[in-house]
Design a protein around this ligand. Structure first.
Ligand SMILES: N[C@@H](CCC[C@H](N)C(=O)O)C(=O)O
Length: 319
C-alpha cells in the first residue's frame, strides 16, 4: 500500500506536513500518514531528524493504519481495535521495535488529529505488539499518559535474575568495565549501576558504550544511580533512580521511556524481594513513572507534548 514520497507538481515544491513533539525531551518528528501514501526511506528519516539541516529529533514517528503494514496485520490478529500503528525510526534511519516516550507522544498526536477522543483506552500497534494508553493525572495535577508496555523479560533468564548480571559494559570516563543486566522491553536494553551522581555526571556518552557480549541487534545502554525509597501521598513505598542513556541509532538522548523501564526493572531486580513496584526515573529531560504490574507487564507514565506544526520543503532538506 506504500507508494512514493510526495512528488512536486511541475513548478511546485514538494512539501511534507510535520509536527514536532517530545516526551521528557526525547523529541520526535511526527508524520500523519493516515492514507499510507508515504515512502518513509532511511534517507528521508535522516534528513528530517537532522538537527541543523532538517527539523531535528531523536526519532521519526509515522501514524499509519495497522492494515497498511505486515507488522500491523500481526497486531490486528491480537487486537482488532488497534487501528493505528506507530512506525518508529531512529534518527540514523534504522527501524526500532518500540519507543516508550514516542508512544505517549503518538497518542497525543492522534488526539490532535481527531483520531482519538482521549477517553478510555487506546490500543496502538507497534513492532513489539499492542501498547495500551490512557490519560492519567500527573503527580503535579497536569496531564500524563500511561502506557501498558506489555510483558518485559530478562533475556539472560533465571541465571541473570539470580546473579543480577549477564554482560559487561565499558564506558568512556569510567575506570573499569561494569557488570550489566540485559532487559527486553520489546527493544533491547543493557543497564549498569554507577557509584554516585558525580560518576554519572562524569561519563562521556559522546562515544557508544562497548557492551560484551553485544546482543544480535545492538542495544540501548542505561547508566543508573539508585536514589533510595520514600513514601508517596497514597502511602506507597516508591523508588527513585537517576539515569543517563545512550540510545541505539541515536546517541545520548535526554530521555528514553523504554530505557527508564529497563533501568527501574534492573534496580528492582538488584534490590530483591520486597522492592517497590513503583519507581520514578529522573532523566536530564524530566521525570517518568515506571510501575511493575502484577501480570508481568510494565506501565510507563509521563508527559507528551506537541510543540509545533509545519511544512517541510523536501528539496531544501535534501530529501
Ligand atoms: N527513545 C525511545 C527508544 C527509541 C528506540 C531505541 N533507540 C532503539 O533503537 O531501541 C524510548 O523512549 O523508549
Amino acid at each position: 500500500m506504500t507508494t512514493t514520497a510526495p512528488a512536486a507538481a511541475p513548478g511546485r515544491t514538494a512539501t511534507l506536513r510535520v509536527t514536532k513533539g517530545h516526551g521528557t525531551q526525547n523529541d520526535f518528528v511526527l508524520l500523519d500518514d493516515r492514507d499510507a501514501a508515504l515512502d518513509l526511506t532511511p534517507e528521508l528519516v535522516r534528513a528530517l531528524a537532522d538537527r541543523r539541516a532538517g527539523v531535528g529529533g531523536d526519532g521519526v514517528i509515522r501514524v499509519v493504519p495497522s492494515t497498511a503494514l505486515p507488522e500491523g496485520a500481526d497486531v490486528l490478529a491480537v487486537e482488532p481495535a488497534a487501528a493505528w500503528f506507530m512506525d518508529y525510526r531512529n534518527a540514523d534511519g534504522s527501524v526500532a521495535e518500540m519507543c516508550g516516550n514516542g508512544v505517549r507522544v503518538f497518542a497525543r498526536f492522534l488526539e490532535q488529529l481527531g483520531l482519538w477522543d482521549g477517553a478510555g483506552e487506546l490500543p496502538v500497534g507497534t513492532r513489539a505488539g499492542v501498547v495500551r494508553l490512557r490519560r492519567v493525572p500527573a503527580p503535579d495535577g497536569t496531564r500524563w499518559y500511561a502506557a501498558d508496555m506489555g510483558r518485559w523479560h530478562l533475556p539472560g533468564g533465571q541465571r541473570a535474575a539470580d546473579d543480577g548480571f549477564d554482560s559487561e559494559v565499558e564506558v568512556a570516563g569510567l575506570d573499569v568495565a561494569r557488570p550489566a543486566l540485559s532487559v527486553d522491553l520489546g527493544n533491547p536494553h543493557t543497564v549498569i549501576a554507577l557509584r554516585d551522581e558525580d560518576e554519572l555526571r562524569a561519563v562521556d556518552l559522546t562515544r557508544a558504550p562497548q557492551v560484551s557480549p553485544l546482543p544480535p541487534h545492538g542495544t540501548n545502554v542505561e547508566l543508573v544511580v539508585p536514589l533510595g525509597e520514600s513514601t508517596d501521598a497514597d502511602g506507597r513505598t516508591v523508588g527513585r533512580v537517576r539515569m543517563r542513556v545512550h540510545e541505539r541509532g541515536v546517541g545520548e538522548t535526554r530521555s528514553c521511556g523504554t530505557g527508564a523501564c529497563a533501568a527501574a526493572l534492573a534496580v528492582r531486580t538488584w534490590a530483591g524481594a520486597g522492592a517497590p513496584d513503583v519507581w520514578f526515573v529522573e532523566v536530564p529531560g524530566g521525570t517518568v513513572r515506571v510501575t511493575s504490574l502484577p501480570d508481568g507487564h510494565v506501565e510507563l507514565a509521563g508527559p507528551a507534548v506537541l510543540v509545533a506544526d509545519g511544512s517541510v520543503d523536501l528539496a531544501a532538506i535534501g530529501a
